[in-house]
Design a protein around this ligand. Structure first.
Ligand code: PEP
Ligand code: MN
Length: 355
């Protein structure tokens, strides 16, 4: 099924790249919302975000101010003329948000992982002419991401954008959510006229990563950025580590190099980003391999077996060398790589055994 799409067409917002949406993770109080909105507005931001209902991993955390935050969003709209957007996760949220005149809605990554929830929301959106941003599901499943947008489209939502917010990973990485850029790149290939907005805040999970991730999104030809910004990030009630002040945001945006999508360097950036992705995967794989080595060390310790067993080592070097040559790499290179891997593995095993 093709998506029937129309331009987002946001009143008062020029249709140029990047579309920037900014605001705090959560609407905490009227003052906090207004001060963030005022500063962002004076820095040129036209679309304000704030979570009214917050999906939290565990109960007991701050779950958003709920309905009572909607008039604060309305105030941002009326006093500053910004467009406002928030996350909806149930049909009731949709009803309340539309009633309050919220200009854009988004579906969060936990919601988009659940087709029943998405269908209920799609049903609630029937007949509403509101632009909707659709975050990727927490799991790296492009079909599920597209399928959910088809559900909204089936309910008549044609002003749609995808938000790339990264994917959950069990392994420790520098990211809060793995970017897996090849997935949004494939989405672009499959549905070229669907705007893609990058959410560097939730991908990075740390404020230092907001700038490089935003640049990478621009290099890949993404259409927009949704960035969490709070006047006092360290005191934020949710996602404190990843929020930046409105002034830092302005600085990041000012330094951003936005190339036209017709640029010939585009394919180079795409390839480079694939290389980055591969390197990340290599690092992840190496760290998994080291984890297994340490597991082996535990076994060796319990059974009193020596760490280095030359037979096994030679077997690895010979087999990997031959495999590598078959794949077009030099035997010398393979030997260097596997000697280095082996020596790190031995170092980690010895460290564990001597603990
Ligand atoms: C958010 O944007 O604050 C949010 C909860 O995001 P996600 O659904 O991507 O986790
Ligand atoms: Mn957040």
């Amino acid at each position: 099924m093709e998506l029937n799409l129309k331009p987002l067409n946001l009143p008062g917002v020029p249709a140029e790249r990047p579309l920037v949406i900014a605001g705090p993770c959560s609407a905490e109080s009227e003052e906090q919302v207004m001060s963030a909105a005022r500063q962002l507005h004076s820095n040129g931001i036209k679309v304000f975000r704030a979570g009214v209902w917050k999906p939290r991993t565990k109960p007991g955390g701050f779950e958003g101010q709920g309905e009572k935050a909607l008039p604060w969003m309305k105030r941002v709209k009326e006093e500053l003329g910004m467009l406002v957007c928030t996350e909806v996760a149930t049909p009731h949220h949709v009803e309340l948000a539309l009633e309050a005149g919220i200009d854009l809605l988004w579906l969060g990554a936990r919601t988009t992982a659940n087709p029943f929830a998405v269908q209920d929301i799609a049903d609630a959106l029937k007949g509403a002419d509101v632009p909707v941003m659709y975050k990727n599901p927490v799991n790296p499943d492009l079909e599920l991401w597209i399928g959910g947008m088809q559900r909204l489209n089936g309910a008549g939502i044609t002003r749609l954008a995808a938000i790339h917010r990264g994917f959950t990973s069990y392994d420790k990485t520098i990211y809060r959510n793995l970017p897996m850029w090849h997935i949004p790149i494939e989405l672009r290939r499959r549905i070229p006229n669907l705007p893609i907005i990058c959410d560097p805040s939730h991908i990075g999970g740390r404020r230092e990563l907001v700038a490089p991730l935003s640049q990478q999104a621009m290099d890949l030809g993404f259409d927009g950025l949704i960035i969490e910004s709070h006047c006092n990030p360290d005191e934020a009630w949710s996602d404190a580590k990843q929020q930046v002040t409105p002034d830092v945001l302005a600085f990041i945006l000012d330094k951003l190099v936005v190339r036209s999508t017709g640029d010939t360097t585009e394919s180079l950036s795409t390839l480079r980003s694939q290389i980055d992705e591969m390197d990340n995967k290599l690092i992840e794989l190496l760290s998994k391999r080291m984890r297994i080595s340490r597991e082996i060390a535990r076994y060796k310790k319990e059974h009193n077996v020596a760490v280095v067993q030359p037979g096994r080592y030679n077997e690895i070097l010979d087999k990997r060398g031959a495999q590598g040559v078959l794949c077009g790499m030099s035997g010398e290179f393979m030997k260097t790589v596997f000697e280095a891997i082996h020596s790190e593995s031995v170092r980690q095993q010895i460290e564990l055994i001597n603990k």
